[in-house]
Design a protein around this ligand. Structure first.
Ligand code: NI
Length: 227
């Protein structure tokens, strides 16, 4: 399941993030890759422990924290500190899967990657190519979103970033360990949540069926969630 999360960042946040990261020093993107991904990857990345990545990453996490759609679709338990990458002309990231377990260097932090997220930080009209292609059970999904929007997709999927043929693609990317490990269970909860939200709008929060269905949602979450 791919979920596009529109308008994660405000225009001001986007401007601030770009000011922080554009002035920073970038390094070869292969520092975060596993062996197989390293063969496929050709891009630049912000040093993950650098002050710029930390400051910009905090803005992104604060923004995601305001998004009910992000929460309902990802049900996050742990989030890797946001990383940043950019691709110039001719650069790409060929087909790969993301590592199942992520460690944060120099810390105790350790997580399972259930979901991958890309937050687009460059307007799509400013570059050609640079599409995120994700293979899921419905085929290949092509994703290229406006700056400030995000896409969440299973870390288990084969995916790639197509070569840039003009301009530069700038994005933040990181991983989420969900409270609900199973993708299908997470999807059911998401579908139920959306339907309950709609019903609440139509019938009001005091409607008996709305209350019972809200209970079903929370009781399923209780049954399936790790915490
Ligand atoms: Ni990846």
């Amino acid at each position: 399941m791919l979920i596009a999360v529109p308008d994660v960042l405000t225009a001001d946040e986007l401007t601030e993030i770009r000011q922080i990261i554009d002035g920073a020093e970038w390094i070869d993107g292969n520092v975060t890759s596993g062996h197989q991904a390293a063969l496929a990857k050709n891009n630049e990345q912000l040093p993950e422990d650098g002050d710029s990545a930390k400051r910009a990453g905090r803005l992104i996490l604060d923004a995601l924290g305001r998004s009910p759609l992000f929460f309902a679709s990802a049900l996050p338990l742990k989030i890797f500190p946001p990383l940043f990458n950019r691709y110039g002309e001719g650069q790409e990231f060929d087909t790969h899967v993301d590592n199942a377990v992520r460690l944060k260097r120099g810390s105790e932090f350790r997580m399972r990657s259930d979901l991958s997220i890309t937050v687009f930080l460059e307007a799509p009209e400013n570059y050609d190519g640079g599409e995120l292609l994700v293979e899921d059970q419905y085929g290949v999904q092509r994703v290229k979103l406006p700056a400030g929007h995000a896409v969440v997709y299973p870390s288990s999927s084969l995916h790639r970033v197509t070569p840039i043929t003009r301009g530069r693609r700038v994005a933040s990317f990181f991983w989420i360990q969900s409270m609900v490990r199973d993708t299908e269970a997470r999807r059911l909860l998401f579908d139920l949540d959306r339907a309950v939200q709609r019903l609440t709008g139509d019938l009001g929060g005091k409607d008996r069926s709305v209350i019972e269905l809200t209970g079903v949602y929370h009781n399923l979450l209780r049954r399936w969630a790790d915490s």
